[in-house]
Design a protein around this ligand. Structure first.
Ligand code: KG4
Ligand code: ZN
Length: 426
C-alpha cells in the first residue's frame, strides 16, 4: 500500500509517500520525500511566529505535493481538468467549507488541484498535533481536501509518535524494535521521556517543566548573538572548545550524569584563557523523570552579564567555553534521567528523536555510556533528515494507526481537529 503523509506542525512544510507491505513488521520504502523549510524567514525574527508559519505552509503545500508526487513517479496530469465543484461531486461548498480558515490555500487549490489526477495512494495521514495550531490546520485541512477529492481515508497522527518512530526508518531497511522501549524526545518544543510498551501503547513518564532543551539551545545562542536555530551553532562552538582543550592536553570526552562533570571545559582542566564558567545541572538528582532547562538558560544569562559588567567583552573564546559547558550540562541531565529510567523499567531499546537528536556530542555521550555500561541495550538514533521535522516519520506512525483502524480496533474519525496540545499517551 502507498501512504501519503503531511506534516505542518511548526516551520517545515513536509510531504512524503511511503510504500509498505501489509504485515505486522512492515518494510517501509521511501518513494518520495520533500521538506520545505521556513527557517530563513523565521531566523530574521529569532523564532517562529504561528501566523507567519501558517501563511508559508499555505503557499508551499501544493508545490511540495507536486514535487513529492513527481519524485515518487505518481504524478498524474489530469487530462480533463474540471473545476473542483464538479470533480468533487458534492459541490464546491464542501471544499470551501473545509478551507474556511485558509482562504489563501482555497484560491491555490482551485487553481492547481483540478490538474492533478488521483495518484496511486491508499491513505492520507496527517499531523494533527501537538504543534502550532494555525500551522497544523493547514496540513489537516489540506489532507481533508485531498481525501475528499480522491475518495480515500484521512488519518490523524500525533507528531510525537512520529518522532518516537523516526529511528526505525533507514534508507536501507526498517529496523525491528525490542520492547519495552524508551523514547527520549528532544526538540525545540518538547523534552519528554516516553515508555513505549509497544507501538501505540505509551506512558509519558517525564517532561520538561519549563523550556524544551532545543529551546534552551536556541535562547542561549541568541544571548551570544548567534543565529536561529541555535542548536547547531552552540554544538559547533562547543566542539571547537573541546578540540582546543584536547590539543592542549585536556581530558578526553566521556561519562556524564555527575554533579562534577567529566567533560573537558569544566573542573578537570583549567581553560586556557578567561574565567572558568560553571553551570548548574537542574533537577539532576530529583526523584522523578522531569527536566528543567529554564534555570540553566538563566545561569548562562547571569554568566554573560557578569563578563560584560565593567565594560568586559564576550570574546569568541568565551562564547565557545559557554557553549561547551552549556552542552555538557544539558547532556548530563539528559543522560542521568534517561539511564535511570532504563534501569527502572528494564528497557531494551532506547529511541532518541527530535531535532536535538542531531547533536553530535549528545549522540556520542549516549552511545559511549551504552557501550561501556549497557551492552544489551540497543540505541536507535534517526538518520540525519529524520531527526528534525519531516513527513516520513508521520507516514510510519500513520501506517500503524491505519492498520489499527482496519483491524477493527478503532473507527475512521469522521471529522477531527488540529490540537496544539495533544499528548502522545492521551
Ligand atoms: O524537531 P525539530 O525540528 O522541531 C521541533 O519540533 O521543535 O527541532 C528543532 C530544534 C531547534 O531547537 C534546534 O536548535 C534543535 O532542534 N537542533 C539542535 C541541533 N540541530 C537542531 N540542537 C542541538 N544540537 C544540534 N545539532
Ligand atoms: Zn518535531
Amino acid at each position: 500500500m502507498n501512504i501519503l503523509s503531511i506534516e505542518t506542525s511548526c516551520d517545515e512544510t513536509a510531504i512524503s509517500i511511503v510504500s509498505a507491505n501489509n504485515t505486522d513488521n512492515p518494510d517501509f520504502k521511501i518513494l518520495g520525500n520533500t521538506v520545505a523549510t521556513q527557517i530563513e524567514l523565521h531566523a530574521q525574527y529569532g523564532g517562529v511566529f504561528p501566523m507567519m508559519a501558517k501563511r508559508e505552509h499555505s503557499k508551499n503545500i501544493i508545490p511540495v505535493l507536486i514535487e513529492t508526487l513527481k519524485k515518487a513517479n505518481l504524478y498524474v496530469e489530469e487530462p480533463h481538468p474540471r473545476p473542483l465543484s464538479i470533480n468533487n461531486g458534492e459541490g464546491q461548498s464542501s471544499i470551501q467549507e473545509i478551507l474556511t480558515r485558509e482562504p489563501e490555500l482555497l484560491v491555490l487549490c482551485k487553481e492547481y488541484l483540478p490538474h492533478i489526477g488521483k495518484p496511486d495512494v491508499d491513505v492520507i495521514v496527517v499531523t494533527s498535533g501537538p504543534g502550532l495550531e494555525p500551522a497544523l490546520w493547514v496540513g489537516v485541512n489540506f489532507a481533508k481536501v485531498l481525501g475528499t477529492l480522491w475518495g480515500i481515508p484521512v488519518v490523524p497522527v500525533n507528531h510525537m509518535e512520529g518522532h518516537i518512530m523516526s529511528p526505525i526508518l533507514t534508507t536501507e531497511s526498517t529496523i525491528n524494535v525490542a520492547f519495552p522501549a524508551l523514547a527520549l524526545l528532544i526538540s525545540g518544543g518538547h523534552t519528554e521521556l516516553v515508555l513505549v510498551n509497544n507501538w501505540m501503547d505509551y506512558n509519558k513518564i517525564g517532561q520538561t517543566r519549563d523550556d524544551a532543551v532545543g529551546e534552551a539551545f536556541d535562547k542561549v545562542a541568541r544571548m551570544m548573538d548567534l543565529p536561529y536555530p541555535g542548536g547547531p551553532q552552540i554544538s559547533k562552538l562547543a566542539e571547537e572548545w573541546r578540540n582546543l582543550l584536547l590539543n592542549q592536553g585536556g581530558v578526553p570526552v566521556g561519562g556524564g550524569g555527575n554533579e562534577i562533570s567529566h567533560h573537558p571545559g569544566l573542573t578537570t582542566t583549567p581553560p586556557p584563557q578567561g574565567g572558568e564558567i560553571r553551570l548548574p545541572r537542574p533537577m539532576l538528582h530529583s526523584n522523578d523523570y522531569d527536566f528543567s532547562f529554564s534555570g540553566l538558560k538563566t545561569a548562562v544569562l547571569y554568566a554573560i552579564q557578569d563578563i560584560k559588567k565593567d565594560g568586559g567583552v564576550l570574546t569568541d573564546e568565551t562564547k565557545k567555553q559557554i557553549a561547551c559547558e552549556f552542552e555538557n550540562a544539558a547532556t548530563d541531565v539528559l543522560l542521568a534521567k534517561t539511564f535511570r529510567a532504563i534501569n527502572e523499567y528494564g528497557v531494551q531499546t532506547l529511541l532518541i528523536g527530535g531535532g536535538v537528536a542531531a547533536n553530535k556530542f549528545i549522540k556520542k555521550s549516549f552511545t559511549e555510556k551504552q557501550t561501556a555500561e549497557y551492552p544489551d541495550l540497543k540505541i536507535l538514533l534517526p538518520e540525519k533528515d529524520l531527526s528534525t521535522d519531516n513527513a516520513l516519520m508521520i507516514a510510519i506512525a500513520g501506517y500503524y494507526r491505519y492498520q489499527n483502524i482496519m483491524a477493527g480496533n478503532k473507527k475512521f474519525p469522521l471529522d477531527f481537529a488540529a490540537n496544539g496540545n495533544w499528548g502522545v499517551d492521551s
